[in-house]
Design a binder for this molecule. Structure first.
Ligand SMILES: [Zn+2]
Length: 542
């Protein structure tokens, strides 16, 4: 039902003229550094045993989160339950013997995981690939908005697609090609796996290259020998490729040289719209054995029902899971995840508490969601968006965070995935009042926008923001902040040292929460529907 059609500024005037009555300022003042500290200290304590899915630590964590949601005045989101069951399957793959690539008179015998890093997301216990033809498909991208289709003249059905990492924008530096250096969704390995499956390929191999991947070969190597969690496949889902993985750069170079090609030259040629994929005149043989274990974890979520449009909502997210108890480092075996992602859960609670403290309920509802299994590939948030308790078109915006550093007040607010939607402009207005500025993620080529829980929301068309102060300390400047971030990434990230420390300073996260609360409140209290920018790869969904 549409009542009024007003220009945006008129709506904003109306909203702000009402702000005294709704007690916005008073509500915003409930966001405090002390409470952020309290939540982080609790969630990062050994009591939660590293918050790993399927463990005792999960039980403790999710019941604590539900209790706290109730305390701040939220109701259960899933009927009378705070929990949404997320069924998952863990697959561990063993590669049997060597992987052979035959090319006419010559052949390569490759050993996994050092020369080729392969896994199988298949539900089959044995994947036996015998002489599967290989097809080179450029970047493996089908992107109608860029007039791009790497599969248009090749048939990969039942074959092995070989593709390049990232997207053509990175390698040409041409800002009009895709998004230049900023990685698009088409550059991510996850996208490439999905697209190859849609094309009917039996297997997919990505040619590793450190700049384009954002990490060196040790990362896919390690993950190929570690078991992975997947969502249970449903009827109607496109089945995944039976074998997925990466070719070490040296392996790819050998292979293509054997066939008479040069990888660097191929990459240059593949950056052109006229490039055509081709049959490689090579075939791959590999045998993989899969062990499957089924298990169920939960997403935790609460709702503060809106006053006049309770069926529409804004969503605040931060994953609850971490790595549990594992390999001991410096005498500590509990991977507490105080920063990844205790500080973010604290941020979400403080935003929720502020909403609950308003004199008048906002028109739209507010959902706080703590997804599970983010560290395993955003599985909880993917499950939530695939089985949404509220239709996607009623989710007006999503605000997610991850790894918020407690290093005091910041001048910047770094937007990961800057340029995707109008939420950037709304955030810019809010942080200007805090005397802060928007900073587009300085390393967009790493594709961080596709690596946290807002992303599954983006994929179903919900404009989503991932923003936090990160790079420019108010008191100590940029270099100091960069050193702090580096210190976290090298000595604490995904390590037992990611603990709560008394010297943590929560004043910056408090400002981040206040800015997010303001933007989320403006949306919750109005008819505003933030739009995707036209060149966003998600604009076409909504
Ligand atoms: Zn995280």
């Amino acid at each position: 039902m549409r009542t009024l059609f007003l220009p945006l500024f008129a709506i904003m005037l109306l909203v702000f003229s009402c702000s005294g009555r709704t007690g916005f300022e008073k509500a915003a003042a409930t966001i405090t550094s002390d409470e952020l500290r309290e939540y982080t200290m609790t969630l990062g304590s050994d009591n939660f045993m590293g918050r790993k899915p399927f463990t005792e630590g999960e039980k403790k964590t999710v019941s604590y989160l539900a209790e706290e949601l109730e305390k701040i005045g939220f109701e259960p989101l899933f009927g009378d339950s705070w929990f949404q069951s997320v069924p998952m399957v863990e697959i561990s793959t063993k590669v049997k013997g060597a992987v052979i690539i035959d090319a006419g008179n010559e052949s390569l015998s490759l050993s996994a995981p050092d020369e080729i890093a392969i896994e199988s997301p298949s539900m089959n216990p044995i994947v036996d690939l015998k002489n599967i033809p290989m097809v080179f498909c450029g970047f493996g991208i089908v992107a109608p908005e860029y007039g791009w289709d790497d599969y248009h003249n090749v048939d990969v059905r039942g074959k092995c697609a070989v593709v390049l990492v990232n997207d053509p924008g990175l390698y040409t530096g041409d800002t009009t090609l895709f998004r230049g250096r900023s990685m698009t969704w088409y550059g991510r390995w996850t996208y490439k796996y999905e697209e190859a499956a849609r094309q009917g390929a039996k297997a997919i191999l990505i040619v590793h290259e450190t700049l384009g991947a954002g990490y060196d070969y040790s990362i896919p190597r390690k993950s190929s020998i570690t078991s992975s969690l997947f969502m249970e496949q449903k009827e109607g889902d496109v089945p995944p490729c039976e074998m997925t993985g990466w070719l070490h750069a040296a392996t790819a170079e050998n292979l293509f040289r054997m066939l008479g090609y040069d990888v660097d030259r191929l990459r240059k040629e593949a950056c052109s719209q006229d490039f055509k994929g081709f049959e490689m005149k090579a075939a791959i043989t590999a045998r993989l054995e899969n062990a499957h274990t089924r298990n169920t974890s939960v997403n935790v979520a609460g709702i503060l029902r809106g006053g006049s449009k309770p069926d529409e909502c804004v969503v605040i997210t931060g994953h609850w899971d971490h790595f549990g108890i594992g390999e001991t480092e410096n005498g500590d075996s509990i991977y507490n995840g105080a920063v990844d992602n205790g500080t973010t859960m604290a941020w979400a609670f403080e935003i929720g508490e502020a909403f609950a403290a308003l004199d008048k309920r906002p028109s739209r509802s507010v959902i706080i969601l703590f997804p599970t299994a983010e560290e395993q590939g955003l599985l909880g948030s993917y499950y939530f968006t695939a089985n949404p308790p509220i239709p996607p078109e009623k989710m007006i915006a999503c605000f997610n965070n991850d790894m918020m550093l407690a290093i005091g007040r910041m001048k910047d607010i770094m937007v990961t995935g800057y340029g995707q939607s109008e939420l950037d402009d709304m955030l810019a207005e809010a942080v200007e009042k805090q005397d802060r500025y928007i900073l587009p993620d300085p390393t967009p080529e790493t594709g961080m926008y596709f690596r946290s829980d807002h992303f599954p929301f983006a994929r179903i068309g919900v404009p989503s923001l991932f923003a936090r102060g990160n790079c420019d300390s108010r008191g100590n400047g940029r270099e100091w902040a960069a050193a702090k971030e580096k210190e976290y990434l090298t000595s604490m990230y995904h390590k037992p040292a990611d603990n709560y420390y008394p010297e943590m300073n929560f004043d910056g996260i408090a400002e981040d929460a206040a800015a997010t609360f303001e933007v989320a409140w403006r949306i919750a209290e109005s008819d505003i529907r933030p739009r995707w920018n036209s060149m966003s790869e998600f604009a076409k969904v909504r």
